[in-house]
Structures are given as structure tokens and as C-alpha cells.
Design a protein around this ligand. Structure first.
Ligand code: ADP
Ligand code: MG
Length: 520
């Protein structure tokens, strides 16, 4: 059975290519949805390149003139007639502004709305036929069509895309691992989108070179695929959980490998946000995964899911724990970087897909934005993997969530209480060195805990409060060092203070070391 089924993914890919450009675009969309299509299909579809014959320059000229209100030669200093890229929805022309800046002008093809309508009808028929044949790889054909339709309609509205691009541009201006093209609103309309040109090599090309084993071009651009892969996953996590606004179509055609391994992001037709509650629960879920906290995982996951009319919470729970226990057991066998040679996805990515599928089976629904989020996370890992990198969601994500937890703790740290603290220490030091020791041993033994707003599970909370203690110890170290440098020759009742302060500092550092060891 498995052998006979093997060429099917390729047949689906060929079929989409035969059906026309828009279907190729649909294939790219599906490639990033392992929850609705089995993995082997996704991998096959990820190789689709959205390439169509270009419109003639006369057509493009007419569209630009109509949309921008003047012929392109009046607006731009120069514009290339041959497009840089031509996809199913638009083609991109390189141009130079009067001020000398190079821009990419994305021009929508004519009569797209009718074409989209027609092709959506064809998709509907196709899905029905595939469904009747009984070999449908799709989880739920009707839902898939509805989702495709929503997505395609969005893609046609460039004003939306411009807004998204501006928002992402603003959020990443200080980022040194990703670049977003600066948008030019006055040269953009519903059908034309002008943005700064990002020089580099599209990741789809990088992937092809990696597959073919040709290093030449990669060397010429001084690209390190390992760094690119890691940054790709890092930026996906960063957009979702720090920027809280993310690119939801991170397939290789929309990623550009730039100098110094900076990742250029283009094409903001599809972006998403997690609402704050969902975001917090999702972060809790992932933190719980990285902390091996099975109950915490379940608690946060049921808060994310919405029960459908046929939901069965009991059987969901059973299957969820089956998957989760298997994942945790495998993880403890194999460590965090859990991908064996020849495996396409890391364990953690596999686990995420499994959870999404289990939820689907029991009619526990994921909010659309959460699906988008998975799409982005899994896409970044999948591209990273095709770059032959060991970087995966397990290793990069663990580091990321640790950092995020420390940040959260720090941001919950009230500066006033720190100052109060420093004053207290000052008083304590003045009133007698024995009290300093008391406070330090309180700290070391955990009787002193900073108030940390915490919505994590017990296990994550323990880890957070350890980190909080670590941070407070660091504050105490600094305070002691300040006291030492400021009043190193002070004395209480004729007894010099410095040796006690030094002792306290040593104790404090020792306590920090102990906690650090425990955290490790
Ligand atoms: N600002 C840009 N800088 C460099 N290349 C770009 C830029 N914008 C688009 N491109 C290139 O043009 C291609 C098509 O543009 P894109 O916005 O992705 O259109 P589509 O919505 O048709 O996928 C991209 O894959 C990329 O290679
Ligand atoms: Mg694109």
C-alpha cells in the first residue's frame, strides 16, 4: 500500500502545474499546511515555483499609467521592462526613483478577479472529485476550499499588503537579522505595490544550489546556510512572540538571503497576529513543552482549543496524552535536537502536527491565527531543514523561550522595588553585617521570592522563580559592589565593613552559581 501510494504526491504536484499558475500558488499555500495534507505531499509541494509567462510591457505600462496617474517613465527615473519575477498574481519590475533609490514595483495582472472566480470553481470541482474517489489526502475538502478562497481574495488587495508591510517594516527597523523592504505608499495602489529593492539570492535558489551540491554561488554571496537556517527559525519565533505580528507565508520564494546572512522578507499578502490571550496560552504551551511539563501542556492546549459541535473532550484527552507521552519519552531518549538523518521534521514539529491532527479528529478547533502560527513555525523549520542544517524548533526554540522567560521576568520587575531594595540593603549593611548574611541565606534558600506575575504551570513557574531569584541575586551583587567601591573604608562601631561586604559578595556569587547549576 505504502509503495503504491508513493508517487501520489508527485502526481498532485504535476496536476497542479498542468491546471495553471493559480493552482501552483494554491499548491504553495498547501505546502505549508501539514495539518491538512500529509507531510510527503507538503514536501513535494514546497518545490513548486510560482512562475508564469510575463505580461507584455505594453500591458504593464497601461496598468501603471492607470494606477499611478502618470506614465511610468514620468514617475521613475528608469524602470526595467523585463520583470525580475513573474508569478500567477503579479510580476515585479526593478525601477529607480528620482532620488536614486532602487525599488521593486509589484504589478497585479489584469482581469485577475474573474480568473480567481473561475479557478476557485475548478478547485471546488476538483476537491469534490478527489473526495469521491476516496483517496483524498485532504483532511476536510470543504474547509480547505473556504480557506483558499479567503486567502486568494486577500492576496488581490495590495492596499492590505502595503499596510502589513509598513507594520512589519516599522517593527523590524532595528533588527539585525531580518530586513523588510521599506514601502512607498505614494507609489502604491490596490493593484501596484512599490517597495525598496532587497538585493540578494532568493532562498528558493539557495535551496536548489544546496540540493545540487553546488557551492560556488553561495560562496560568492558569502552565505552560510547554517546561520541562515537558524535565523529563519529565530525570526519566526521572534515575529510571533515578540513582535506579535508575523509573516504567514514564509515559503522559500518569499525569503531572500542577503549579505552577512541577513534574511530579507518579502510578500506580505498573508500575515497574522495572535490575540493576547491566545498568545499567552500558546507561549505557555511551548514553554511547557520545553520544560517537559506534560500537565502544563494539556492545560494550556485545552485553553487554546474551541470545542466544535461534535467535540469529544474525553477522547481528545486520551489521544493527546498518548501523543504527548510518546513525544516526551522519545525526547528524553534523543535529546532536544531530535532529528535522525533522513527524517524531515524535528520531533517537536512532528509533535505539533500530531496535536493539530488529534484536535481535528475530535472536532476541537484551533483558532485560525493559531493555524497560521503553526504554518509559520513549521515552514521556517522545513526550509531550515532543506538547507541541510541541524537547526530545528527543538534547539532554537528552547533557547528562545528561555530568553523570553527572562525578559518577561525582567519586564515584571518593578524598578521602584529595586530602589527600595537597594535602600534596604544599605540600611541592613549599616545596621549590622549579620543581617546581611540573614538576607543572603534567605535568598539562597529560596525564602525570598520576587513577586513575578505568573500564568505558567507549576513547573514553568518554578523555573521562572529560580530565574527571578538569580536576577535578584545579581542585583544584590551589583549593590554590594557599589557599596564596596563607594564606602569601602566605612566602619561600624570601629569594625571595618569591607571584609563583611566582600564575604557577602562571595556568598552572593556562590548562591548565584548554585542556582545557575540547578537551572542548567
Ligand atoms: N522588494 C523586493 N526586493 C527583492 N526582490 C523582490 C522584492 N519584492 C519581490 N521580489 C521578488 O519577486 C518575487 C515575487 O514577489 P512577491 O511579492 O512574492 O509576489 P507574489 O505575491 O506573486 O508571490 C519574490 O519571490 C522575490 O523574488
Ligand atoms: Mg511571493
Amino acid at each position: 500500500m505504502a509503495r503504491r501510494a508513493a508517487p501520489r504526491p508527485q502526481r498532485l504536484r504535476d496536476l497542479l502545474v498542468r491546471l495553471g499558475p493559480l493552482f501552483v500558488k494554491i499548491g504553495q499555500f498547501l505546502a505549508l499546511r501539514p495539518d491538512i495534507l500529509p507531510q510527503e505531499y507538503c514536501d513535494e509541494l514546497l518545490q513548486l515555483v510560482d512562475q508564469s509567462p510575463a505580461e507584455t510591457w505594453e500591458t504593464v505600462h497601461a496598468i501603471l499609467t492607470r494606477e499611478l496617474g502618470a506614465p511610468p517613465e514620468e514617475i521613475f527615473r528608469t524602470i526595467r521592462h523585463r520583470p525580475l519575477a513573474a508569478g500567477s498574481i503579479a510580476q515585479v519590475h526593478l525601477a529607480r526613483l528620482r532620488n536614486g533609490r532602487t525599488v521593486a514595483v509589484k504589478v497585479q495582472r489584469p482581469d485577475l478577479e474573474q480568473r480567481v472566480d473561475r479557478d476557485l470553481r475548478r478547485v471546488r470541482w476538483l476537491m469534490r472529485a478527489v473526495d469521491w474517489s476516496g483517496v483524498s489526502p485532504f483532511a476536510s475538502p470543504d474547509e480547505v476550499v473556504a480557506e483558499l478562497e479567503r486567502w486568494l481574495r486577500q492576496e488581490l488587495d495590495f492596499t492590505r499588503e502595503l499596510r502589513n508591510q509598513q507594520r512589519m517594516y516599522d517593527a523590524t527597523t532595528r533588527d539585525d537579522i531580518v530586513r523588510v523592504p521599506r514601502p512607498y505608499a505614494h507609489l502604491s495602489t490596490a493593484r501596484v505595490l512599490t517597495g525598496e529593492y532587497l538585493p540578494g539570492l532568493p532562498l528558493s535558489k539557495v535551496m536548489r544550489h544546496v540540493r545540487e551540491g553546488s557551492q560556488g554561488l553561495l560562496d560568492r554571496y558569502q552565505l552560510d546556510t547554517g546561520i541562515l537556517a537558524e535565523r529563519l527559525i529565530e525570526t519566526a519565533l521572534d515575529q510571533i512572540f515578540r513582535i506579535r505580528f508575523f509573516h504567514a507565508d514564509m515559503h522559500p520564494g518569499n525569503l531572500i538571503a542577503m549579505r552577512d546572512n541577513v534574511i530579507g522578507l518579502v510578500d506580505f499578502g498573508l500575515t497574522d497576529v495572535l490575540d493576547p490571550t491566545v498568545e499567552r496560552r500558546q507561549a505557555d504551551f511551548l514553554s511547557a513543552i520545553y520544560n517537559n511539563d506534560v500537565n502544563g501542556m494539556y492545560r494550556s492546549v485545552v485553553q487554546i482549543l474551541v470545542e466544535g459541535p461534535h467535540a469529544n473532550l474525553e477522547s481528545f484527552r486520551r489521544d493527546f496524552f498518548n501523543e504527548t507521552n510518546r513525544f516526551v519519552a522519545e525526547r528524553s531518549d534523543r535529546g532536544w535536537s531530535g532529528r535522525l538523518p533522513g527524517e524531515d521534521r524535528s520531533q517537536i514539529a512532528d509533535y505539533m502536527v500530531a496535536v493539530v491532527r488529534v484536535a481535528r479528529v475530535h472536532d476541537m478547533r484551533l483558532p485560525a491565527s493559531v493555524l497560521s502560527m503553526y504554518r509559520t513555525l513549521l515552514a521556517s523549520e522545513s526550509v531550515a531543514h532543506q538547507l541541510r542544517s541541524d537547526a530545528d524548533l527543538g534547539t532554537v526554540g528552547r533557547g528562545f523561550f528561555r530568553g523570553l522567560q527572562i525578559e518577561k521576568t525582567l519586564s515584571d520587575f518593578d524598578p521602584n522595588s529595586v530602589i527600595e531594595w537597594l535602600m534596604q540593603i544599605n540600611d541592613l549593611v549599616r545596621s549590622g553585617p549579620r543581617n546581611v548574611q540573614q538576607v543572603l541565606s534567605d535568598l539562597a534558600e529560596g525564602r525570598f521570592v520576587l513577586p513575578v506575575r505568573s500564568h505558567e504551570s507549576e513547573q514553568s513557574r518554578r523555573a521562572s522563580s529560580q530565574r527571578a531569584r538569580m536576577i535578584s541575586l545579581a542585583v544584590v551583587s551589583v549593590a554590594l559592589a557599589m557599596l564596596l567601591s563607594g564606602r569601602g573604608d566605612a566602619s561600624v562601631a570601629g569594625v571595618p565593613l569591607a571584609p563583611f561586604l566582600w564575604a557577602a559578595l562571595v556568598l552572593d556569587l556562590a548562591a548565584m552559581f548554585l542556582i545557575w547549576r540547578r537551572l542548567e
